[in-house]
Ligand binder design. Structure first.
Ligand code: MN3
Length: 200
């Protein structure tokens, strides 16, 4: 049967230092993300129809998942998708938004600094665990946050960029200082990858 698999991290564990430390990246990818993949496969073990779908399609139609496994698929399927995106939109080379993405950020938020402030604010205000996102909602860009591993795809929105604000994403380096982690995190954003998601 087809199974979901843990994608390899597209750079070394220490590639995002000093902003995100190697040990955090190793645990986050090899333990946390791996567990979401394993638990998703376990939840879908008797569901050949769902096994043959993409994770995107499963999340977009989360209410079509049988009730008995829906919470497990929501949490672990969301966790799989969200982390796959998270690794993709980070990288050691940084850069800045350009082209159509930069234009849309300027038109919607007034500039990159304002977008960062909105994402950071949504991330700081997310009580407990979750994510802060830049999403496409119809034709519009919006900043939202979600709880747990909920994914914007579940609400018909497309995640252009998202930052994990679970403590496991930052606790070793930043302890309880989520605002400091969020401020540093922007140094790790791979804007070319974000632009691909924006135009895709
Ligand atoms: Mn995480």
């Amino acid at each position: 049967m087809p199974e979901f698999t843990l994608p390899p991290l597209p750079y070394a564990f220490n590639a995002l230092e000093p902003h995100i430390d190697a040990r955090t990246m190793e645990i986050h990818h090899d333990k946390h993300h791996a567990a979401y993949v394993n638990n998703l496969n376990a939840a879908l073990k008797d569901q050949p129809d769902l096994q043959s779908k993409s994770i995107d399609d499963i999340l977009k139609n989360i209410n079509a998942v049988p009730e008995g496994i829906r919470t497990a698929v929501r949490n672990n399927g969301g966790g799989h998708y969200n982390h796959t995106m998270f690794w993709e939109i980070m990288g050691p080379d940084g850069g800045a938004p350009s082209g159509a993405l930069a234009d849309a950020i300027n038109a919607t938020f007034g500039g990159l600094d304002q977008l960062k402030a909105a994402i950071n604010d949504a991330g700081v205000k997310r009580f407990g665990s979750g994510w802060s996102w830049l999403v496409k909602d119809g034709g519009a860009l919006k900043v939202i946050s979600t709880a747990n591993q909920d994914c914007p795809l579940m609400d018909g929105q497309y995640p252009v960029l998202g930052v994990d604000v679970w403590e496991h994403a930052y606790y070793l380096n930043y302890q309880n200082r989520r605002p400091d982690y969020l401020a540093a995190w922007w140094n790790t954003v791979n804007w070319d990858a974000v632009a691909k998601r924006f135009s895709g």
